[in-house]
Design a protein around this ligand. Structure first.
Ligand code: NAP
Length: 533
């Protein structure tokens, strides 16, 4: 590696979430001169910004955590089965302190642009007044890090306070005795709604699309379970890496339609009773055909009918028109039960469309709804949003944003043709959001660190995918998605939640284990599909 000046680095990392922190530790350990820029006031990435009441990961805490350091995983004690946002943030702060990462992190510093210089083969990085150069520019900017505020007529005219779940105030929001409205019933809304209902005078939920949700069955972490996990952690982590979802769900190899209805219901009941994502692993074809998907979708619909007392409200809460899981399935605590409360009203925007936000509330087709506070749980400009907002210019002055105007193109979700030494962690075209993110991130960080070590020991300065390899990978990602029911929903996986965004299925559905095999094969063949100079 070439440099050691203060404004000149071997690697610049953007983002101090799970990816950026691990990458910083890993690359520093290889003797590289690394710096990390983070826009937030502290480390944590998505867990720094998403502080809304109820915010919680729906992967279990013992799995949604780093495996790279045995002492860390033995010492850290998770409080609950599913970790709440404050606990995850505390964990990431602890990781930053424990591994002395902060000395190489500039907080509160947003990267605005970066240009590749073909003569020096370096990237110039401009970040809130900081100007540095680096050999490698590594984007650990997250898949769900740019909140999306919808363009609803009259939104700015609202006289009360408006909050977005993805950019929640650090000091919190007191809903006591307030009339509150929530727009958005995806994972964030489904977590926020029961918490607001507990304290607000009245809660109005403005729902456009009903979601499939399964109960988390959260609770304090059982000490016996914790002991068992910690005694077998390496094996548990190995199995997670060797799985499709990056976490063991006890996936069943059978097809749903090869099984009698009563047996299927028994299998679904068992998994429903365990809580969380286990339901999705009930049969291997649930995401492959409409018919198989219907079996589990109908099962969840029946659960909703059985939970919600008012039949009209239940009917509105029943998801229809898209396969279960094709919009990311939600995991909840008392979500559907919340609609049995006297202080909660569901407004079905499919029956009564949202016309405008007014100074005192919202006007829908047939009524005015008054409230004091509006919460937007309206999601993110996913997968590409953070990269789109940085002006990244590669070879020949080509802008990444322009290159991706018809949808993101990458090789393995790790590199982009025409952008040498620009590397992505959990980029579009990798399993990322379809997996336990921490498993996916660890695999990417380790692959990237090995690559940089290989380049250094073999005397290479630059790496970039060939256009052919990139084209082939994009075609493969699309082909794999086409064998599933995923593209049948207008989801953020497809970019469908952002007006004008090209609609292409962005994550890789082939599963973590197959994906990692491909990445390793590429490395073993001397980084086939990449050009090294
Ligand atoms: P989301 O899944 O994109 O949901 C956004 C919601 O806002 C949808 O219900 C959407 O309705 C609604 N919406 C958007 N614009 C609207 C408009 N103009 N009028 C009415 N409704 C509108 O976003 P999210 O809930 O923040 O979740 C995003 C992802 O983050 C999740 O899928 C998950 O991967 C991750 N996440 C995970 C957790 C967890 O670990 N538990 C928690 C939160 C988030 P339509 O569907 O009709 O567009």
């Amino acid at each position: 590696m070439r440099t050691n000046r203060e404004d000149s680095f071997d690697a610049v990392i953007v983002g101090a979430g799970f990816s950026g922190l691990y990458l910083l530790w890993k690359l520093r350990g290889q003797g590289l001169n690394v710096h990390l820029f983070e826009a937030g006031e502290d480390v944590g990435g998505t867990w720094f910004w998403n502080r809304y009441p109820g915010a919680r990961c729906d992967v279990e805490s013992v799995d949604y955590s780093f495996s790279f350091d045995e002492e860390l995983q033995q010492e850290w004690r998770w409080k609950e089965r599913y970790p709440a946002q404050p606990e995850i943030l505390e964990y990431l702060q602890h990781v930053a302190d424990r591994f002395d990462l902060r000395r190489d992190i500039s907080l509160h510093t947003r990267v605005q642009s970066s240009q590749y210089d073909e003569d020096t083969r370096t990237w110039a990085v401009h970040a809130d007044g900081a100007e540095v150069t680096t050999q490698f520019l590594i984007m650990a900017t997250g898949c769900l890090s740019v909140p999306q505020t919808p363009n609803i007529a009259g939104l700015e005219s609202f006289a009360g306070k408006t909050y977005h779940t993805g950019d929640w105030p650090k000091e919190g929001v007191d809903f006591t005795d307030k009339r509150v409205a929530v727009i958005g019933t995806g994972s964030s809304g489904i977590q926020l709604i029961p918490e607001v209902a507990k304290v607000a005078e009245h809660l109005t939920v403005l729902q456009r699309t009903a979601s499939f949700s399964v109960p988390a069955l959260n609770g304090p972490l059982d000490p016996e379970f914790e002991r068992e996990v910690k005694a077998n952690y390496p094996e548990r982590r190995r199995r997670a890496r060797a799985s499709s979802a990056g976490v063991e769900r006890g996936d069943n190899e059978q097809n749903a339609l090869d099984v009698a209805h009563e047996d299927r219901v028994k299998e679904f009941d068992g998994r429903w009773g365990k809580g969380g994502f286990a339901l999705l692993g009930a049969y291997q074809d649930l995401m492959l055909t409409d018919e198989a998907n219907d079996t589990v979708a109908d099962y969840v619909r029946d659960k909703i009918r059985a939970t919600v007392e008012d039949p009209d409200t239940a009917d509105s809460l029943i998801p229809r028109g898209y396969p279960l899981g094709a919009k990311r399935i939600c995991v909840d605590t008392n979500y559907f039960e919340t609609y049995n409360r006297d202080n909660v009203t569901l407004v079905d925007l499919r029956k009564s469309p949202l016309e405008s936000i007014t100074p005192t509330g919202a006007r829908t087709g047939d009524a005015d709804h008054e409230f004091d506070v509006l919460c937007l749980a309206t999601g993110f400009d996913a997968m590409t949003g953070a990269l789109d907002r940085i002006d990244i210019t590669g070879v020949g002055g080509e802008r990444l944003k322009n290159k991706w105007q018809h949808g993101p193109t990458t090789y393995l979700g790790l590199g982009v043709a025409g952008f040498p030494n620009l590397l992505l962690i959990a980029g579009s075209g990798s399993p990322s959001v379809l997996a336990n993110m921490v498993t996916a991130i660890e695999q990417h960080v380790e692959w990237t660190a090995e690559l940089l070590g290989y380049m250094s020991s073999h005397g290479y300065d630059t790496i970039e995918p060939t256009p052919e390899a990139e084209e082939g990978w994009v075609a493969h990602v699309n082909e794999m998605a086409s064998y599933t029911v995923f593209p049948k929903a207008a989801s953020w996986y497809m970019g469908a939640n952002i007006p004008g965004k090209p609609q292409i299925f962005m994550p890789y559905v082939g599963g973590c284990v197959e994906y990692e095999k491909k990445c390793n094969e590429v490395a073993e063949k001397g980084y086939s599909g990449f050009v090294l100079r």
